[in-house]
Design a protein around this ligand. Sequence first.
Ligand SMILES: [Zn+2]
Length: 295
Amino acid sequence: MDIHTLDLNFLTDEAIASFVVESSDGPVLVETGPHSTLKNLERGLSDLGYGLEDIKHVLLTHIHFDHAGAAWALAQKGAKVYVHPFGYKHLLAPSKLYNSAKRIYGDQMERLWGLMEGIAEENLISVEDGTEIIVGDATFIGWHTPGHASHHIAWQLGDLVFAGDVAGCKIKQGPVVPPCPPPDINIEDWHASIDRILGLKPSRILLTHFGEVSEVETHFNELKEILQDWAAWMKVPFEQGRDPRDVTPEFQAYANGQLKAKGLSEKEVARYDAANPAWMSVAGLMRYWKKKLGA
Ligand SMILES: [Zn+2]
């Protein structure tokens, strides 16, 4: 069965992927990317000979805008959208989700992420842990894999796993880093979810940011290590009660220093910074410590 990685060209190349699985019963989309890159998704599909209306099934790893932002537009063309039960109500009625992001992105919201409308109940399917979604000769299994988000699903297809953000962010030949946005980063859950995916013994994983990884065990071991490292780093300013805004430039210098030590150029470091901004990890990891240790 053919599987294609579409580059949605969000701000730069190889930042956000959407995947097309060509089943015997038509194409299945895993991740839609943001609504702002819907035209690029449409172009990628048309290169494969499909239109948006040919997509009858959309599997989401989670509801963050970079993964699910365009799902409603595909639902309006007739697709069924599969999502974790905790993400269901936000896609049904997205104003709370959209407005909380808008508070962060302000007047950049539409340019970055586009718009979001609700998905009709008949198009939206809540996926329990271990559920099989069968489309022609393709059997996907949705595994609940919290850590990056409480409502995260990794989709298994045979010996392949679409691992979403539980597998971190790895750009080109660079190292893997954990995207840590608020509100529900949980380090312990994330480690358990990694072990769960490793337990499936995939020969390859597909990362939304970005592409295929075949050294699965090495990849996840590196991710665990840096996740632990970043969490430990953030514990200090958290315990000192510092303002996240003051911590951000220090953390940015720390994380960028790690990338430079691994041989990345200024330009490559900037690409990581854009894909996984420091302010986001500071906010996410501070919130993790606050939930764990109290204010
Ligand atoms: Zn993401």
